[in-house]
Design a protein around this ligand. Structure first.
Ligand SMILES: *Cc1c(COP(=O)(O)O)cnc(C)c1O
Length: 495
């Protein structure tokens, strides 16, 4: 049942699983091999519980590297992955043979088994954290429509060419047209590298050497130590902070607006909530101040999302009078990482023509994924947001019952998921999870495919809200292959 038994069992038995210092090692046997090499000598009698063979003897019996590389499967892998990667895999298998972990004649088989799926080291991860947009897991997973569009655009493509006339065309025009169809109050749109870049471009083009007026209640740290106020100041704009942490009034803004004002900035506090004695000023009121209003919605919702009534959207804030809305593409929009700028045509044009725009521009893959996200079918993020809790519970029950039949200590439990990734703070989404012993957390992370759960109440919870139903089989297989079956437990007679 457990593929590759020995190394997996050892990997699972090493330091506390779930400990951050415990990193998956490409070869869990390495440490042991070094010890054996230094502790044992050629005088060891042969045949005593598989002693490490004498290094010279093994070296002589090891197939030559070029002979190993000529194996048809490794030769094909060299075509597919490149020689460097395949050579490194072969070297790893040879190392294990020298350490006495595998017999020399198994080097080729071991190397074939250890070949990576792709030439990159990023691996797919099943997001069972219950956090729909997990920044460490790359936020929004793309829809299959978006993935196909990326693949189609990955060669040479007409990103900046009109095939009908043969003339150069505006880069990414079809993606911005798609956005404008979905956000009618926007006159124009421009796409940059991410939400932070959208703000930087707006501040640089509209407020360098001038004032950005912003409420003290909206000075947000967006994560990993990055703060919007620092970002704005880095462009050469001056911050004019108004109001207090909990309360800001229109009069506070009005008193700060001068001929030096570049724009008033409205920021949606997307990752925290202030409750109690609070007051903030909406976009409609700010729009009456007579200076441009730039509004950062954060999440990238193009239109109201009924499941998240407190989350602002681009169309609503533009109708309310925002001159420009900025947003991220890989949060609730459910698309690729990018930054959206939507709003007044003259302002968007100024931003798009600014020299900095060239440094922030997105590649064809992003444009392809964005357009397919905006035009295409329901995104995985939308599906996860609207998943039926009863159905989630059914899936968890079914999976837990099957895993129990394989002897695993496992049950279905109710759970609470969150949007995460800087969206809908304080909102919890009823969910269901498969509950396993906490010690399974680390081995699952190193499984194939990798499974990221969360530890809660001393158990490892695999929350199903962000797991597409189509991935249930893969998740169950990963658990069955990875998790050590407790001694004495009934073993698999299930299917
Ligand atoms: C997430 C977020 C940002 C930053 O966007 P990135 O796409 O991560 O650069 C800026 N402002 C708000 C309100 C956000 O929620």
């Amino acid at each position: 049942m457990r593929a590759g038994g020995g190394t997996r069992a050892r990997a699972a038995a090493t330091p506390a699983p779930g400990h951050p210092a415990h990193r998956p090692s490409p070869d869990p046997g390495e440490g042991a091999a070094e010890l054996m090499d230094s502790d044992h000598t050629s005088t060891m009698p042969d045949g005593v519980r598989r002693p490490p063979p004498h290094a010279d003897g093994v070296r002589r019996r090891l197939p030559r590297t070029d002979v190993t590389l000529a194996d048809p499967r490794l030769a094909a892998a060299t075509e597919r992955l490149g020689r460097g990667i395949v050579k490194a895999v072969v070297a790893g298998a040879q190392e294990r043979a020298r350490a006495g972990e595998i017999p020399p004649h198994e080097v080729t088989e071991q190397a074939v088994a250890a070949l990576p799926a792709t030439a990159g080291r990023l691996r797919p991860v099943l997001n069972a954290t219950g956090v729909l947009l997990h920044t460490n897991l790359g936020r929004a997973p793309l829809s299959s429509a978006a993935r196909e569009a990326v693949l189609a655009a990955s060669g040479t493509t007409d990103v900046e060419l009109d095939l009908a006339t043969g003339a150069r065309s505006r880069r990414g025009r079809s993606a911005t047209e798609a956005l404008l169809e979905r956000v009618p109050p926007a006159e124009a749109a421009h796409v940059v590298n991410n939400g932070a870049a959208a703000l930087v471009l707006a501040a640089t083009a509209l407020a360098r050497g001038r004032d950005v007026v912003v409420s003290r209640g909206e000075m947000v740290e967006i994560g990993d130590g990055f703060r919007l106020p620092d970002l704005l100041v880095s462009t050469g704009a001056r911050l004019r902070e108004v109001g207090t942490t909990n309360r800001t009034s229109l009069a506070d803004y009005a008193a700060a607006v001068t001929p030096e004002t570049g724009f008033v900035l409205k920021v949606h506090p997307s990752n925290f909530r202030v409750t109690g004695f609070t007051r903030d000023v909406g976009v409609a009121a700010l729009a009456r101040l007579g200076v441009p209003v730039v509004a950062d919605i954060g999440s990238g919702l193009l239109a109201p999302e009924p499941a998240l009534p407190a989350e602002p959207d681009a169309a609503t804030w533009l109708r309310a009078g925002a001159d420009l809305v900025t947003a991220s593409g890989d949060k609730l929009l459910g698309g690729p990482q990018c930054g959206l700028l939507l709003g007044r045509a003259d302002l968007v044009r100024r931003l798009a023509r600014h020299p900095l725009a060239r440094a922030l521009r997105v590649d064809k893959l992003t444009l392809a994924a964005l357009e397919a996200t905006v035009r295409g079918p329901e995104t995985p993020v939308h599906a996860a947001l609207h998943a039926d809790p009863g159905r989630l519970r059914e899936r968890a029950e079914r999976m837990a019952a099957r895993l129990r039949r394989h002897g695993l200590d496992c049950r279905a439990v109710d759970s609470e998921a969150v949007v995460g990734g800087g969206g809908a703070p304080g909102v919890t989404l009823p969910s269901a999870a498969v509950s396993l012993p906490a010690s399974y957390t680390g081995p699952l992370r190193r499984a194939e495919p990798a499974v990221m759960g969360r530890v809660e109440g001393g158990r490892c919870l695999l929350d199903l809200r962000a797991v597409p139903e189509a991935a249930d089989g893969a998740l169950e297989t990963a658990v069955r292959r990875t998790c050590p079956v407790p001694a004495g437990a009934p073993t698999g007679s299930g299917e």
